[in-house]
Design a protein around this ligand. Structure first.
Ligand SMILES: [Zn+2]
Length: 187
C-alpha cells in the first residue's frame, strides 16, 4: 500500500524511507509528501543535519529549487526534543546523521508520528552509506529512486565522483558527481 494513503493514528506511526543516488529526486519526493501532509493540516516538522549548509540554514532545498522550511540540528537526538508537537517528521540528508538517528526514528514512530527519511543509500565508492541501511531495515516502507545514467540512459543507481576531493561527499558540488548505471560506474 502507498504510505501516503495510510491513516496516521495516535497509536501507531511508521517510518518511510526515500533513498537513491544523487540526482534521483529524493528531496523532491520528500518535499512532495510533506506538502501533501501540510495541505491536510497535519503538523509537519523537517530536520536536516547541521553539516549540510550548502544553500540555506533554514530550508531543505532540492536541486530544482522547490523548498520547504527546515531546522538544522547538530545531533539526531535533538530531533526528539524539537519534534514533540509534530504529527509528521521529515528528515533530509539522513546519511549525514550520527547512528542515533535509527533509534530516534523508531521512537518517533512509536510515539505515533509518520516519519519520512530521505538520504543517499550509497557513498561514492558504492558502499552502503551508514546509517541509511539501518533505517531502511526498520522502516515500514522503502522507496528507491533512480537517476538516469549520463553515459547510456539506463536507470542510474550510483553516484559517480568526477573530482579527486577527499571528503566522503563533496557537498552541493553537483558538477563533481554524475549519475551512472552499474555498467558505467567506476568506483
Ligand atoms: Zn550507463
Amino acid at each position: 500500500m502507498e504510505p501516503h494513503i495510510l491513516r496516521r493514528s495516535a497509536e501507531s506511526g511508521w517510518i518511510e524511507v526515500v533513498c537513491g543516488s544523487m540526482f534521483s529526486g529524493k528531496t523532491e519526493e520528500l518535499i512532495r509528501r510533506l506538502k501533501r501532509a501540510r495541505i491536510a493540516r497535519q503538523r509537519v516538522e523537517i530536520f536536516k543535519p547541521g553539516v549540510d549548509n550548502r544553500f540555506s540554514e533554514e530550508q531543505v532545498v532540492s536541486h530544482d529549487d522547490r523548498e520547504i522550511l527546515s531546522t538544522p540540528v547538530a545531533t539526531a537526538a535533538q530531533i526528539l526534543l524539537l519534534a514533540s508537537d509534530a504529527e509528521v517528521v521529515g528528515v533530509d540528508e539522513a546519511q549525514f546523521f550520527d547512528e542515533d538517528i535509527v533509534a530516534v526514528c523508531e521512537q518517533l514512530a512509536r510515539d505515533g508520528k509518520r516519519v519520512i527519511v530521505a538520504g543517499l543509500d550509497q557513498d561514492f565508492t558504492g558502499a552502503p552509506f551508514e546509517p541509511m541501511p539501518q533505517i531502511m531495515a526498520v522502516a515500514e516502507f522503502v522507496t528507491k529512486l533512480h537517476a538516469i545514467c549520463m553515459v547510456c540512459g539506463a536507470p542510474a543507481n550510483h553516484s559517480q565522483r568526477l573530482s579527486q576531493a577527499d571528503e566522503l561527499v563533496v557537498l552541493g558540488a553537483m558538477e563533481a558527481y554524475e549519475p551512472r548505471c552499474r555498467a558505467h560506474f567506476k568506483p
